[in-house]
Design a protein around this ligand. Structure first.
Ligand code: FAD
Length: 374
């Protein structure tokens, strides 16, 4: 049998790459996670809502539906065992007009199909009893939704990989991979000390760079690389007391769950993200966008005071569909898709990627033909 430097190389030390590394390390494989940045988790995983999604909306039979629900259950257990802070605060999906009541029925039906625990329909009075500052016609409650400390989560994953003898190698960009005769890959890594390493398995989880990384794998069919689209979302932070304990979400918009309210773990209210397609990643927040946010938020929180919102941060979704196209599923492309044994290439890992990350890791292991952990 061929000797490899590592059993597995994972490209990208965001939440998903680290979770894949953890899944492989737990199976006794030697793992190297290569990351171009000087620190872990500086990509999409550092600019999101840190919401642990219940898994309500995703279509029946999709990876998103299954991996979000499984991943959420695994994530709470992981946070418990690794002392990662979270708040299982629950979420209200609110109908802001009678015209939206039908959307609540549809979302509830899908959530029940998706096996989301504890879902219930609330009347206006019941919703206002929970959140007195809310304005709505009716709501759904998802008690399993929450927020968590995603950077502490990623550090815990790194710790697990290293404790198992693996390595998270920073400031080391993946540059190319060549399939080896007889199986496995030779990986060319750049940085201050360029190196080649060999591995049996290669997993690519480079977020916004998924397309360029796949293009640098010799033999990866170019026609299977999806187009790269960038779905920017901005956030505004609330000064003053947070008005709600629970997450507040209007029904989803096309292409995203849309602007919502959360109380972060520091107790402050945050609103966002909206969705704008941009030509390249761009993290500016235009203060003039506040006008639209005030109007939108006051539909469910009429008490929002003038001047209470300030520009916060922006994130960019690694989308693989244009703004007028249906939202596709996660893509975890294995040999049956691209023909290269030992490779799983991830594309389009936008929301709920953070929630799903541990389950994505398990699914990647399965797609590499590795057995589940009892
Ligand atoms: C605005 C917004 C809000 C969101 N909110 C939520 C939410 O509340 N809940 C939820 O579940 N999900 C949410 N998501 C989705 C979630 O953030 C992502 O699905 C997840 O963080 C993706 O993680 P990742 O590891 O795939 O990507 P990343 O975190 O981007 O990690 C990829 C890593 O690969 C590295 N890399 C790239 N190219 C190379 C290379 N050539 N060599 C080496 N390293 C490389 C990058 O530097 C980066 O560190 C949100 C996303 C956005 C944009």
């Amino acid at each position: 049998m061929a000797e490899f430097d590592f059993d597995a190389v994972v490209v990208g030390a965001g939440a998903v790459g680290l979770a894949c590394g953890y899944a492989l390390a737990r199976r006794g494989l030697s793992v190297a996670v290569v990351e171009q940045d000087a620190a872990i988790g500086q990509g999409v995983s550092s600019r999101n809502s840190e919401v642990i999604h219940g898994g309500l909306y995703y279509p029946t039979g999709s990876l998103k539906a299954r991996l979000c629900v499984e991943g959420r259950r695994m994530l709470y257990a992981f946070c418990d065992s690794h002392h990662v802070e979270y708040d299982r605060c629950g979420k209200l999906v609110v109908a802001q007009s009678t015209a939206e009541l039908g959307r609540l029925d549809e979302i509830l039906e899908q959530a029940l199909i998706n096996d989301v625990e504890g879902m219930a329909r609330l009347s206006k009075a019941e919703a206002l009893a929970l959140e007195p500052e809310l304005a709505c016609e009716a709501a759904l409650i998802s008690p399993e939704s929450g927020v968590f400390e995603s950077h502490a989560y990623m550090l815990a994953l790194q710790g697990e990989i290293e404790a198992a003898g693996g390595a998270v190698v920073l400031a080391t960009p993946f540059e190319a991979a060549t399939p080896l005769e007889g199986g496995g890959f030779e990986v060319l890594a750049g940085g201050a000390e360029p190196a080649t390493l060999t591995c049996r398995y290669l997993v690519t989880a480079p977020g916004l760079s998924a397309q360029s990384v796949a293009a640098d794998i010799l033999g990866f069919p170019a026609e299977l690389i999806p187009p790269a689209h960038y779905g920017k979302g901005i956030y505004f932070r609330l000064s003053g007391k947070a008005p709600f304990q629970r997450l507040i979400y209007p029904p989803p918009i096309h292409g995203a769950l849309g602007t919502h309210y959360r109380r972060d773990l520091g107790g402050q209210g945050v609103f966002g993200p909206d969705l704008t397609y941009v030509d390249k990643p761009d993290y500016t927040v235009d203060p003039s966008a506040a006008a639209g946010f005030y109007g939108y938020i006051r539909k469910f929180w009429p008490g929002l005071p003038d001047g209470a919102l300030s520009p916060d941060y922006a994130g960019v979704r690694p989308k693989i569909h244009g703004h007028d196209e249906p939202q596709p599923d996660f893509r975890l492309d294995a040999e049956d898709a691209h023909g290269l044994p030992g490779l799983v290439a991830l594309f389009g890992i936008e929301s709920p990627g953070l929630t799903s990350s541990l389950a994505i890791g398990e699914e990647v292991a399965a797609r590499l033909g590795l057995p589940p952990i009892p």
